[in-house]
Design a protein around this ligand. Structure first.
Ligand code: AMP
Ligand code: ZN
Length: 472
């Protein structure tokens, strides 16, 4: 498989460090509010990546943090603490907010068929690990204490801006001109590892540390949680594109300074979902959540399909009209699959050359930097192909292990719903009577009822999926 690596800025063959095994880390949600569907675009595409790696036979272990402390509104060291802001907004404690929105996040994930990572760790459960790594960074000379806080010293690194071609003078000693500059920093790119002095005197969650009572910065949590659970070499790290700087840049700085060697081989970044008016927001404009999609009558999986229809490395614009079109596409797919379901014979065919070709085409699409849009077009090729109905359903089910669109499952429901929608109650009642007659082996009565149904313009048939009624 080839994956675009943000670190080298090119597509590379994906080769895990240990043959057959993959360690994968994902930056988890900051649980101060519901996730918006932009956040969830990132998690959907990361989920497809994980599922595809598993599909190719790799044994994936994936870890994710839950940010319940330390994430400031600026992503850097300024602004309000997001958790504190959430707690104030709802007149609750930070831990109450964290619990509520963590559960809400996983409920959204469930609706979108996003698998829960193998390891999920709230930042507040790892304070000792953060303290251990920060102490070691101080010992090694990569961190310093200033004005009560502990900072990472970016000037100690050969290269700090690993993802972007920043100019060398950006690292120069001195403070940035700006409204909220932290005068304790030696270099303007330095960042906080541990806060004891901050403007958040009302910070609810504080812990004892060798540098005083305080709380960790946001970046240190992902480094520590990854190293603790996935070891000192990480194969692939995921996140939304906004995480590249400063978050992932800082994660690399502190992890590699601590470990003394390269830490993570591949960086997978998902471009943003935007609205036509710009950036997706939780506070202004329409707050787009999974619940809102449902309120407007959309199956959340329609949104998943919407995401899969475009490449993760292109920004995507969301609007209701486009989602409506995707809903129509999803329904058409279900209707075609439900027609094939009726043709199944239950006979297991040997795999034909055509089956192999279609499977190869699907894999080629995903092997090419996770081209999910191309992967979906292979479903249409399957529908048009000469495969038997059973093979068609079988291969679509295989693809769906990666795509997660519940195609066959929902196609089954789709035909049931269609049936019950269009058939008048009188006919359904007669069908029920006929079923009971058959159960009692009263076939003469069953045939009589069938004739009655026929006289009323409907046809009744036995299929492998049960009784089917249709208009004549
Ligand atoms: P947060 O809860 O703010 O920590 O963000 C959770 C994830 O969503 C991170 O990986 C972000 O990079 C990602 N993200 C934030 N905004 C968007 C967006 N508009 N589109 C796609 N991903 C996003
Ligand atoms: Zn992170």
């Amino acid at each position: 498989m080839q994956i675009y690596n943000s670190l080298s800025r090119k597509k590379e063959d994906f080769i895990p460090r240990t043959e057959g095994k993959v360690t994968m880390y994902t930056c988890g949600p900051t649980v101060y509010h519901y996730a918006h569907i932009g956040n969830l675009r990132s998690y959907i595409m990361e989920d497809v990546l994980e599922k595809y790696l598993r599909f190719t036979g790799l044994d994936v272990t994936r870890a994710m943090n839950i940010t319940d402390v330390g994430h400031l509104t600026s992503d850097g060291d300024t602004g309000d603490d997001k958790m504190l802001k959430g707690a104030r907004r709802e007149h609750k404690t930070v831990m109450e907010i964290a619990k509520f929105y963590t559960d809400a996040f996983f409920e959204d994930c469930r609706k979108l068929n996003i698998k829960k990572p193998d390891i999920v760790v709230p930042a507040t459960s790892c304070i000792d690990d953060f303290i251990k790594v920060i102490s070691s960074l101080i010992e090694k000379g990569y961190a310093y204490i200033s004005g009560g806080n502990v900072y990472f010293d970016t000037s100690k690194l050969e290269k700090y801006y690993v993802f972007n071609d920043f100019k060398e003078e950006d690292l120069a000693v001195g403070v940035r001109e700006g409204v909220e500059e932290d005068g304790n920093k030696r270099n303007k790119a330095d960042f906080v590892l541990w806060f004891t002095k901050s403007k958040f005197d009302s910070q609810e969650l504080k812990w004892e540390s060798p540098w005083g009572t305080g709380y960790p910065g946001w970046h240190i949590e992902c480094s520590c949680i990854s190293m603790k659970n996935l070891g000192e070499y990480l194969d692939i790290h995921c996140g939304g594109i906004d995480n590249v700087f400063p978050h992932h840049t800082n994660e690399i700085a502190q992890s590699e300074a601590y470990l003394g060697h390269k830490w993570c081989s591949y960086w997978f970044h998902v471009l943003h979902l935007n609205t036509s008016s710009g950036k997706m927001s939780k506070s202004s404009g329409e707050f787009l959540t999974v619940s809102l999609l449902e309120e407007k009558g959309f199956n959340p999986l329609v949104y998943r399909l919407f995401c899969l229809q475009s490449h993760y490395r292109k920004s995507l614009v969301f609007d209701w009209e486009s989602l409506k079109n995707t809903a129509a596409t999803y329904e058409k797919l279900l209707s075609k699959i439900s027609a094939i379901l009726k043709e199944r014979t239950g006979k297991i065919d040997t795999e034909s050359a055509e089956y192999g070709d279609l499977m190869r085409k699907f894999r080629d699409a995903l092997d090419n930097d996770l081209n999910t849009a191309m992967g979906i077009t292979v479903i249409y090729d399957v529908l048009k192909s000469g495969l038997s109905a059973d093979q068609k359903i079988g291969i679509i089910d295989e693809f769906d292990r990666v795509l997660g669109l519940d195609l066959v499952k929902n196609a089954e429901k789709y035909s049931d719903e269609k049936n019950s929608q269009e058939i008048p109650d009188e006919i359904l009642e007669l069908a029920e009577q006929r079923k009971n007659a058959r159960k009692q082996r009263n076939f003469a009565l069953a045939d009589e009822i069938r004739d009655k149904i026929s006289a009323l313009g409907y046809e009744i048939r036995e299929t492998r999926q049960g009784v089917e009624i249709s208009k004549k």
